[in-house]
Design a protein. Structure first.
Length: 248
């Protein structure tokens, strides 16, 4: 059985002080969680939030990582820098990175391998745009993102995949539970083909895109959906806690 994983993606929200206040509110609310709970915070929040999370069941995540060990990469952060603060997960290839910062399947692939080599668990994001969905290209786009983005992976279950239809992110439009389940089922099938059927059965695939306290139960009840990557609703402790307790 795959253990569900609910991860908050704070994006560019919360200063370190605000982040500490948020996780201090969150800790008691999710202490009884049956799933893995993660918060992916801005780089500058990492030291303080890491300290605040000590002894809790909430794991720390970052929102990006560079592929080089070190060197002349102004503005970037290495895997070792994240590891030093106890970061466990790192989001890679979020659609906002692909859309606004020139991230490609090739750079996603390099970042993923660097993260794994350092012992971080990548949360690799894939997903189609509205135009791609409407013109019937969803499976084609996802196939390329998997083939190129995850190239060279020995065991796909070493990562977490987040299926985030771009048209559902921050828009209040959620994929229907059936749509999300069907597409995640396709991603799993593709992973079985490209990697191996056994590891495709094991890999955790999250849904992301306007998941909230109201719709999480229905989405999480779907057999293919193993968790959520939550943007907006992860910024409020009560809302995020309700998602963590999706089955209550
Ligand atoms: P959202 O963001 O929940 O605000 O739609 C999800 C994400 O981009 O990871």
């Amino acid at each position: 059985m795959r253990k569900p994983i609910i991860a908050g993606n704070w994006k560019m929200n919360n200063t370190a002080a605000q982040g500490v206040a948020l996780v201090n509110e969150l800790k008691p609310l999710v202490a009884d969680a049956e799933c893995d709970v993660v918060v992916c915070v801005p780089f500058t929040d990492i030291p303080a939030v890491s300290e605040a999370l000590k002894g809790s069941n909430i794991a720390l995540g970052a929102q990006n990582v560079h592929f080089a060990e070190k060197g002349a990469y102004t503005g970037e952060i290495s895997a070792a820098m994240l590891k030093e603060y106890g970061v466990k997960y790192v989001i890679i290839g979020h659609s906002e990175r692909r859309q606004y910062f020139g991230e490609t399947n090739e750079t996603v692939n390099k970042r993923m391998h660097a993260a794994l080599a350092a012992g971080l668990i990548p949360i690799v994001c894939v997903g189609e745009s509205l135009e791609e969905r409407e013109t019937g290209k969803t499976e084609q786009v996802l196939s390329v993102q998997i083939e190129e983005g995850l190239k060279g992976l020995e065991d796909v279950s070493a990562i977490v995949i987040a299926y985030e239809p771009v048209w559902a992110i921050g828009t209040g439009k959620t994929a229907t539970a059936e749509q999300a389940n069907e597409t995640i089922g396709f991603i799993r099938k593709k992973c079985a083909e490209v990697f191996c059927p056994k590891c495709a059965e094991k890999v955790r695939i999250q849904y992301g895109g306007s998941m909230n306290a109201k719709n999480c139960k229905e989405l999480m009840a779907m057999p293919e959906i193993d968790g959520g990557l939550i943007g907006g609703a992860s910024l409020k402790a009560q809302d995020f806690s309700q998602i963590v307790h999706y089955n209550k």
